[in-house]
Design a binder for this molecule. Structure first.
Ligand code: HEC
Ligand code: HEC
Length: 494
């Protein structure tokens, strides 16, 4: 667009220059070739009234007439190119105005019209939806909180066309269909207006990195708390189990009596409060050792990477040459992706699993929300469904990557689909595009597998945009290469 504007401006300047130079040339040649006029002495016919004499005509009158025309001509010659010069600016201003209005309308739809905000949070930061889980035959299973992913990074992982697809048709029965195409209430233009709004709320790379890192840190802590054999961890786990039991006892009392409220003379409530206090105390005491354990775990992850790189180099020393960093990276990743390749590999695969199940921003950065059944609605969490008089979890445990909205990744299926770890990295970095096949037999689907690397939107939707307009938007990746590598190793060992 800027390019187009500057060509138009250049043309304007050239025309202006030609007009000035031409005018100057005309004046100069006129001055040079001006001579005294030869007089005319033709006698006047008798029926004609004598007009003004030559002296009178060629004096002030002629000067005024000529001066006037010259003035008008000059005005036209100068204002026309000037108007031309302003035209691209007016054009740009008009576009900007339209885009601003579109964005504002999109915000209006997001907040008030369609109330996306209720599920996806203010500014698209993510949220949860309380929804009823039902069986295939429509029988009520449980009331659950379903994670609605953050939309403030959605343009990093999906093209605008792919987002329009989701907006049109909804997803999994929890994300309603909004577009006419899917039987929803919004027009195509309104969907585009939402996209204009979404462009505004996308967060920057620094914020993305810090959200992902926060989720990884939380995941590492959870993993260590759940698996560490150290006394402080075991004590805390016991205390938490006790607290769950006392809380359940209180819940049962509350269910039996609608007006129930806890007080100091009800044993179950006292026990629950004490159990809670113990958990709080042990949690506080555990912070120091937990920090140390997390640091140790990170060191194990780095050590695993180093070991794999050493093994790759031992296999093929030429990988150490300059310019072959990428080859070394993928050779090491191939080793990290092979089950039981070396002792100490486990920490790296744990790192991959933590990224796969990253809970930051309501699971936005995770793979589990699409590839693990139940993960999106916390199916293994204790659920209390008062209305149905029923307690318990929907699932005992997750089968990571066993498939849900996205395909099953278990049983070595990704090794079959992608010949090399490098080609799988490439797929996850770019995602699946509408209608394009991938791997050895990946379908030409509708682009619902997101891309996790940085991306450029070269065909944005909306008036004055789209292919050929030259307008592009760039978005940072959700994950770094190093993080995608770890996920790939985890998936290839599933
Ligand atoms: C009733 C709650 C609800 C409302 C209202 C809602 N959504 Fe959603 N949306 C969801 C849930 C839940 C998901 C995730 C579905 C899943 O897990 O498969 C989702 C997924 C999406 C996705 C896919 C994101 C991704 O990365 O996978 C987009 C885009 C989206 N919603 C946009 C919108 C917009 C825009 C609106 C308003 C016009 C809207 N949603 C309104 C619940 C909602
Ligand atoms: C929004 C939902 C969604 C999320 C999030 C998601 N995927 Fe997918 N994934 C899909 C869908 C849908 C497919 C199937 C694409 C097709 O066949 O058209 C897929 C396919 C795949 C495949 C190819 C499987 C095969 O055998 O063909 C791999 C590998 C994969 N995803 C890995 C990942 C990883 C790694 C992540 C997280 C970094 C992730 N996915 C996150 C939806 C998702």
């Amino acid at each position: 667009m800027l390019l187009a504007a500057s060509t138009q401006r250049t043309i304007g300047f050239v025309i202006l220059a030609i007009v000035f130079l031409g005018g100057l040339l005309y004046i100069l040649t006129n001055i040079r070739s001006a001579r005294d006029e030869v007089g005319s002495e033709i006698e006047l016919a008798s029926n004609r009234r004598p007009y003004l004499s030559d002296e009178e005509l060629e004096g002030k009158k002629l000067d005024m007439a000529l001066g006037g025309s010259l003035l008008l001509l000059t005005i036209v010659a100068i204002t026309l190119p000037l108007y031309w010069l302003g035209e691209p600016g007016r054009h740009e201003g008009r576009d900007l105005d339209t885009w601003r209005i579109f964005g504002n309308r999109g915000e209006e739809i997001y907040v008030a019209g369609a109330q996306c905000v209720n599920c996806h949070g203010p500014d698209g930061a993510g949220g949860v939806v309380s929804t009823a889980l039902t069986s295939d035959t429509g029988e009520f299973i449980a009331q659950v909180n379903w994670k609605a992913p953050a939309l403030n990074t959605v343009l990093s992982r999906h093209t605008e066309d792919e987002v329009l697809h989701t907006l049109n048709y909804g997803r999994n029965g929890v994300m309603p269909a909004w577009g006419r195409a899917g039987g929803g209430p919004l027009t195509d233009q309104q969907l585009e207006e939402i996209i204009f709004y979404l462009r505004r709320v996308q967060i920057d790379e620094e914020q993305i990195r810090s959200e992902v890192a926060g989720g990884v840190d939380a995941g590492a802590r959870q993993l260590i708390l759940a698996t560490s054999t150290a006394g402080w961890a075991a004590d805390l786990r016991d205390a938490e189990a006790d607290k769950a039991e006392t809380a359940q006892a209180v819940r049962l009392l509350a269910r039996a009596d609608f007006d129930f409220s806890c007080s100091a003379d009800i044993d179950a409530c006292v026990a629950d409060e004490q159990a809670g206090q113990l958990v709080t105390e042990l949690t506080a005491a555990a912070q120091g050792p937990l920090d140390a354990a997390v640091a140790d775990w990170w060191a194990d992850v780095e050590a695993a990477k180093a070991t794999a790189a050493d093994m790759a180099l031992a296999d093929d020393p030429s990988l150490g040459e300059e310019g072959r960093e990428q080859d070394l990276r993928f050779a090491a990743l191939e080793i990290l992706s092979t089950p039981n390749a070396f002792s100490g590999q486990a920490a790296y695969l744990q790192y991959g699993e933590i990224l796969f199940t990253n809970t930051a921003a309501n699971g936005t950065y995770s793979c589990a929300r699409c590839h693990t059944y139940g993960w999106s609605f916390d199916a293994t969490a204790e659920m209390t469904v008062e209305a149905n008089g029923r307690d318990g979890a929907v699932l005992d445990e997750y089968v990571q990557g066993a498939g849900f909205f996205g395909r099953s990744l278990v049983g070595g299926s990704t090794v079959t689909q992608f010949e090399t770890a490098a080609s799988q990295v490439d797929f996850i970095t770019r995602g699946q595009s509408i209608g394009q096949t991938y791997g050895r037999g990946g379908s030409g689907g509708n682009g619902q597998m997101p891309g996790f690397g940085p991306t450029t939107e070269s065909s944005p939707v909306g008036p004055g945009m789209g292919g050929g307009s030259g307008i592009e938007f760039s978005y940072p990746g959700l994950l770094t290469d190093e993080q995608i590598d770890a996920i790939v190793a985890f998936e290839r060992t599933l």
